[in-house]
Unconditional design. Sequence first.
Length: 116
Amino acid sequence: MSNTAKSAPSEQRRKRRVTIPDHPQILDAHSGEVLGELVNLSVDGLMAVSPVSIVCGTLCQMRIPLICNGENVEIKVGAESLWSEDANDSGSHWTGFQIIDISPEHQAILNAVVKD
């Protein structure tokens, strides 16, 4: 099963990804707790960096602040963690998420951000 987890990042990278330079905080949509910082984004997934490892298969409801067409916006998504690994012994962890639930309006915003 660990081989599947290892192959997931490379499979996801076939989609266009954009790096998010200011690394906005990803918040839990219910508690407001910081889940991590956004590193990059695709139309159906994202990578976050956080101080703790997020177990594969974890489901999260997220609020993600973005800039779209020069405006500050926030999207809400449901996402599942697909993989997590240590960020070069830095005490941080990278986690890849697949978006599994998003409204059509927020998908349109996400598509515009990735396209820019």
